[in-house]
Design a protein around this ligand. Structure first.
Ligand SMILES: Nc1nc2c(c(=O)[nH]1)N[C@H]1C(S)=C(S)[C@@H](COP(=O)(O)OP(=O)(O)OC[C@H]3O[C@@H](n4cnc5c(=O)[nH]c(N)nc54)[C@H](O)[C@@H]3O)O[C@H]1N2
Ligand SMILES: Nc1nc2c(c(=O)[nH]1)N[C@H]1C(S)=C(S)[C@@H](COP(=O)(O)OP(=O)(O)OC[C@H]3O[C@@H](n4cnc5c(=O)[nH]c(N)nc54)[C@H](O)[C@@H]3O)O[C@H]1N2
Ligand SMILES: [Mo]
Length: 780
């Protein structure tokens, strides 16, 4: 840990930024494509201070972020270590907090000068900048504006409409923001109402993990814990970008490098955070500009080429094992582990042996030599962690991608032992936890008997809808109402243009939100925006300020207490809003004690503990222990809850993760996040790690592809999707921008590029939209 004076020094420095004129220019100018972190990171936070102009007390909030007794960051789901850092927040966590605590307000008066139709021309960034929503609003079609309503009117009206609708026609969507308590009650509301239509943002994200990882190791979540990070000899990264999306991960990686661990990355894009890092919270690093090199080997795999790449790595392992056998030395493959714990090994090894290097090279876009170098690191490491993100999950064969990574780990017994395991990095701060406490469309995941016992009603037995099916239902006119607990679904899903049309045909749209977003601009016949508290804010109920809790990527549950004054006196907590809707929609049931639960959230935690006793033992007592409490994971202990009761080797049917073939003029479009956004929330136009400034309307291509397509950098082009389904999807106005990418792989920003994807283009097994390789053509 850096010495404490450094903390106050850093905070004083930020303090100057808040109080004084913004001095961002006095910060040493970061090289745009320099190491992740460093002065660039501080400068980026400083800009956010300038933009959001929060009250100076926000510094106190940042100082307590992600610590016991403080509040848990609303940004990503990266875990909080027991021995926390003096600043347990990162650039993007700070931005998320500042953006929530902005002084800007989107009050009812905003609508005096704007209509909904006008705002459809606004960028996501400009909608976000209008600030925090302050009052419940109802859409008024006559004037095409939202107008203020009372909470009582809103709840009564929503209740009336929902009561009249067929139960299957209503969807209860959730983004991963809301805490465990609100999530549990939200799921209860849907089931008491009469359906399991509880899709979540993870249906667009790590559902591939929930379904695919579960299929092969019997765990829908990652198997490692913090201590494993400290013991691993090597980390293999596949399609996860910690520099932007989970920057606090860079701290343990920096530590790992210091003790000699190796890092290997497979990613079509050279992401700065995986190249080098200057710790912005370490004064010595900052003063000396000391960089930590992150990746020892960086393999720019083609988008969708990971199956081939991992098969190549497995080939290296098998060859090394053959050599060891021939020389009568210790085996490279952990054959005892495989015999005892796995199934499908022989078939997979046959596939590895039969697949020639030439096919692997062609499909991965990597050379045999490069894969061999990476494979040697894998073989040479005693304990390996496999890390992955959207680069594996968001493909037509995303679940096979995950299966292949698990194969690689299984070969050397790298799951369920210290310093080794499988590490999917989750997105939203409580996305994993919401699933844990009942937000799930799949009935087999829910202890329905417990719900019946607790609340004396018959929970619906039919599976609910995934996001893909909900969107298709919407487009077909079957879905009549959407309740959204957070999120911006219209912007987050494929076929965005069609989605905008379909969304507005609903009888009812209800959005529980903190900020204005594009989904609000396609109101249903009856439409409400219900503004809620942010997690950093005081949540005063009848028994006092309420704590909430969240689950991180390592299955640890931590309490969170807000301390800031709410952005408006009219705001309600997410839990209170769920309760308000529930009371208006459901018939009275003495077992559904909505008022009591709202008055004291610890009672909800008792319900959660009763429903999931193994996961939440002594919940109320343990939620503030440093690092959170671990709800356990069977695969971590080599207990495999798969159908076969073993870990399963996956034999791929094809070498890429795509549902389409290569064709002349067809590119694989990967949709990327910049460092200056959180999903559909755009904080700014500086993607400094990729050196793209001032615009998001770009298509990134390698110079060879630009030349071979007869284009030149700076030219304006359109992308056109190439699905052969007869639908024309276009994205015009993009500037051709040279970027270091493999040939045939191009990139543009999410969410804008969602106009190009098809709702039918998704992971076969889990229905996660395939956002990382969309077939497109370029039109000059
Ligand atoms: N600042 C910030 N933090 C965030 C978010 C945010 O938007 N902004 N979003 C949050 C959410 S909800 C999530 S799910 C996570 C997402 O975090 P990540 O899982 O990191 O997701 P992405 O940034 O979409 O993509 C990850 C990487 O995959 C690479 N990639 C693309 N195609 C392929 C491929 O075919 N193979 C391989 N190997 N790599 C590929 C991309 O170049 C990119 O570097 O982050 C969370 N944290
Ligand atoms: N092409 C493409 N599409 C993608 C992806 C991709 O990589 N490429 N990524 C996918 C992924 S991983 C995900 S997770 C989804 C994201 O999909 P969503 O989760 O639906 O979208 P967000 O942008 O996270 O939601 C932002 C909105 O949530 C509201 N909000 C913010 N904080 C809070 C809060 O504390 N409480 C409540 N109630 N509301 C709040 C604000 O009004 C804000 O406008 O998008 C998916 N779509
Ligand atoms: Mo996500």
């Amino acid at each position: 840990m850096p010495p404490i004076p450094a903390v106050s020094g850093f905070l004083r420095f930020l303090d100057k930024l808040v109080r004084g004129p913004i001095v961002a220019d006095q910060i040493p100018n970061p090289e745009s494509e320099g190491p992740a972190g460093g002065w660039g990171s501080v400068k980026s936070i400083a800009h956010m201070f300038g933009d959001a102009r929060p009250s100076p007390a926000v510094l106190d909030t940042l100082a307590h972020q992600n610590k016991p007794g403080g509040f848990q960051c609303v940004s990503c789901a990266w875990p909080k270590p027991v021995n926390y850092h003096p600043f347990e927040f990162c650039e993007n966590g700070a931005k998320a907090t500042l953006s929530d605590l902005t002084s800007a307000r989107c009050t009812p008066a905003f609508w005096d000068t704007h209509t909904v139709s006008d705002l459809r021309d606004w960028k996501d960034y400009d909608l976000e900048k209008t600030g925090r929503l302050t009052e419940p609003m109802r859409y008024d079609a006559a004037t095409d504006r939202y107008v203020a309503v009372t909470w009582e009117e809103a709840f009564a009206d929503i209740g009336k409409t929902l009561r009249a609708l067929p139960r299957d026609d209503v969807v209860f969507y959730s983004s991963g923001h809301a805490g465990l308590e609100a999530a549990y009650l939200y799921a209860l509301l849907a089931r008491a109402y009469g359906n399991n239509n509880l899709p979540q943002s993870s249906n667009m994200c790590h559902e591939t993990t929930s379904v695919g990882l579960n299929k092969v190791i019997g765990s829908p979540v990652g198997t490692i814990i913090w201590e494993d990070l400290e013991k691993a000899d090597a980390f293999f990264f596949f399609g996860q970008n910690p520099g932007s999306n989970s920057p606090r991960f860079l701290h343990p990686l920096q530590e790992a490098k210091k003790r000699g661990a190796r890092i290997v990355t497979f990613n079509p894009v050279v992401e700065q955070g995986l190249v080098s890092f200057v710790n912005p919270q370490n004064p010595m690093d900052m003063l000396t500009g000391h960089e930590t090199q992150i990746s020892d080997e960086y393999l720019q795999v083609r988008a969708g080429g990971d199956i081939a790449a991992i098969l190549g790595l497995c080939k290296v392992v098998v060859e090394a094992d053959d050599t060891a056998l021939a020389h009568g030395i210790g085996r490279v493959i952990d054959i005892e582990f495989i015999a005892e714990h796995t199934t499908g090994f022989d078939q997979f090894i046959a596939c590895v042996r039969e697949t020639p290097w030439s096919n692997i090279e062609r499909e991965s876009g990597l050379t045999e030599q490069a894969i061999r170098r990476a494979g040697d690191i894998y073989v040479g490491a005693e304990r390996v962690i496999g890390v992955y993100g959207m680069g594996l999950t968001q493909h037509s064969q995303g679940a096979i991608n995950v299966g292949l990574l698990v194969n690689l780990l299984l070969l050397r017994g790298n799951i369920g032992r210290e310093g080794a395991g499988c590490c999917p990095v989750r997105g939203h701060s409580n996305v994993q936890g919401q699933r844990t406490v009942g937000i799930a469309e799949k009935t087999k995941l829910i202890p329905m008997d417990k719900l019946k016992q607790l609340f004396d009603f018959d929970p619906p037995v039919k599976d609910g809808t995934t996001i893909v099916d909900a969107v298709k239902g919407l487009m077909a006119g079957k879905i009549k109402a959407f309740i959204s607990l957070g999120g911006n679904l219209v912007r987050a899903v494929p076929d965005q243009k069609e989605m905008e049309r379909a969304w507005a045909t609903q009888d009812l749209t209800v959005m529980v939100s903190t900020k204005l977003n594009r989904s609000h601009l396609f109101p249903g016949k009856q439409a409400y925006i219900l503004p809620c508290l942010s997690r950093a804010e005081l949540d005063i109920q009848a028994t006092g300020n309420q704590a909430v809790s969240v689950e991180d990527s390592f299955s640890h549950i931590s309490g969170s207490i807000g301390k800031r004054r709410p952005a408006s006196k009219h705001l309600k907590s997410e839990l209170a809003i769920v309760t308000g809707i529930a009371k208006a929609v459901l018939d009275p049931n003495p077992r559904l004690k909505w008022d009591e639960w709202m008055a004291d959230y610890s009672l909800v935690r008792e319900l959660i503990e009763f429903t999931y006793p193994e996961d939440f033992k002594d919940y109320n007592a343990r939620m503030f222990q440093p690092g959170g409490f671990y709800r356990g994971n069977d695969a971590h202990n080599r207990v495999w809850n798969t159908q076969e009761k073993k870990a399963v080797f996956t034999t791929p049917a094809q070498l890429n993760a795509l549902s389409f073939k290569d064709a002349a003029g067809r590119f694989r479009l990967s949709t990327l996040r910049s460092n200056d956004q959180f999903n559909t929330t755009i904080y700014g136009y500086s993607d400094r790690f990729r050196g793209i400034e001032g615009t998001r309307d770009v298509v990134m291509m390698c110079e060879e592809d630009i030349a071979a397509s007869g284009l030149h950098a700076g030219q304006t082009v359109a992308l056109v999707s190439d699905f052969e389904d007869g639908v024309r999807r276009t994205m015009p106005g993009l500037t051709v921008t040279a970027h270091n990418l493999p040939r045939g792989t191009i990139a543009a920003y999410y969410p804008e590029a969602n106009v190009l994807n098809s709702i039918d283009h998704h992971d076969e097994l889990s229905k996660t939209p395939a956002s990382k390789a969309i077939p497109v053509r370029i039109e000059a």
